[in-house]
Design a protein. Structure first.
Length: 406
């Protein structure tokens, strides 16, 4: 074999190796990249008459299920044009049947095209009874099964919703919608689960889809209007107010998992208020069940100044899950603790904490415990015990050996 032949083989091997590396890289990227949101035609592009719908009672719930239902029609002129069909459904359900809005979140046609149904973001509750958290998809077809294109689109819809909200395959089901009307109330539908050829087709559509068991949303916010006093005396509370704005294009749901204000490292702090904070690292959670894109929410919490006098700084952020803080949610609280004219004591126990008792004696009931490094106001001394104010207006006794006078 001559040199040129060897060189050509080496070049071929190098190219093959490069192709293999590129292919491996692409596969890895596809594995870890989030599923892209599915495309759909919005209500604006459908040119629906928004003046006839009633949005006063619009509510949102965390998406936990997907319900697929078949919508049939014998009118060939309507069924040949999905957009005209949706317009007819929209007008009829509101003006004739008494719905506040159309009782479907999305429509899917035989060509695999997806259309927006009920007005609002993902998670908006359609006119359906006791099914909060259900995304309702109406399939526009008289067929007893899904077309190949519709099946592929349904699979993509499921993957996207599953990746964002952790919806399992067992939470995808089919049903027919039964109308419920009332003389003095808006109409709604009740789902009745089905088990037929159509339900089988829906199961097949999602069985090969990637399933996610946890939420995978990337939160971002804007923190502003932070206000608090510059100084606080030992044992008193420092009130803090701020505003957080949802900068995402999806709804923040404060259920079933709360969105917290947390210390930046999620570690416990001596400034925590026992019985008031959600935990010793999380002073509070958002007060509303959901926050819409662009919406702002006011947040209030307090710190307990149970620490040595001097300049202090503590950092916080917003988070929903451990080690996943919201982007741009970090903020610092700088303040000064002053001693005042009170007698103070610092907790210093070999156990790392000290029990607080109802009366001065080891036989007395333990009512709480306090951590090393915390500083409290001394209210009284009796034999080998000191009475401290461990919370605002709450007092108890600690063993004198493990509290250092300041």
């Amino acid at each position: 074999m001559n040199f040129l032949e060897i060189k050509e083989i080496n070049q071929y091997n190098n190219i093959a190796m490069i192709k293999k590396i590129l292919l491996t890289t692409i596969i890895l990227l596809m594995t870890y990249m989030p599923i892209m949101a599915f495309d759909y035609t919005t209500r604006t592009n459908l040119s629906l008459d928004e003046s006839i719908s009633d949005q006063n009672g619009t509510k949102y719930a965390y998406p936990e299920k997907i319900l697929v239902t078949k919508i049939e029609s014998l009118d060939r002129d309507i069924t040949s044009s999905p957009q005209e069909w949706i317009d007819a459904i929209y007008y009829y359900t509101i003006t004739r049947l008494g719905f506040a809005d159309i009782p479907y979140n999305f429509f899917l046609d035989e060509g695999g095209n997806i259309y927006q149904g009920r007005k609002g973001y993902v998670g908006v509750v359609p006119e359906i009874s006791s099914e909060n958290g259900t995304v309702v998809i109406g399939y526009l077809s008289s067929r007893s099964t899904l077309t190949t294109r519709a099946s592929n689109s349904l699979k993509n819809m499921y993957q996207d919703l599953s990746s964002k909200y952790g919806i399992g395959k067992e939470d995808v089901y089919t049903a027919i919608l039964k109308l419920n009307t009332g003389e003095n109330s808006l109409s709604y539908v009740t789902p009745q689960i089905t088990d037929d050829n159509f339900s089988t087709a829906v199961k097949v559509a999602v069985e090969n889809a990637k399933e996610y068991t946890t939420e995978n949303l990337q939160y971002k916010t804007k923190i502003e209007n932070i206000t608090h006093e510059d100084t606080v005396q030992v044992g008193e509370k420092l009130g803090i107010k701020l505003t957080a704005t949802n900068l995402n294009d999806f709804v923040w749901f404060n259920t079933p998992d709360n969105i917290y204000v947390s210390t930046s490292n999620e570690e416990e702090t001596v400034f925590a208020i026992n019985g008031i904070w959600d935990s010793f690292s999380k002073p509070t959670h958002l007060s509303k069940e959901y926050i819409l894109p662009g919406e702002s929410i006011d947040i209030e919490f307090s710190l307990q100044a149970n620490a040595l006098p001097g300049d202090k700084e503590i950092s916080f952020n917003l988070l929903k899950y451990t080690e996943k803080p919201f982007t741009d949610s970090s903020f610092d609280i700088n303040f000064k603790i002053e001693k005042g004219d009170k007698e103070l004591g610092e907790i210093s126990s070999p156990e790392g904490y000290l029990n607080v008792r109802k009366c001065p004696g080891y036989n007395c009931e333990i009512i709480t415990s306090v951590e090393n490094g915390q500083v409290f106001i001394i209210k009284d001394t009796q034999d080998a015990w000191k009475k401290i104010e461990y919370e605002d207006g709450q007092e108890g006794w600690v063993f004198i050996r493990y509290i250092k006078s300041l």
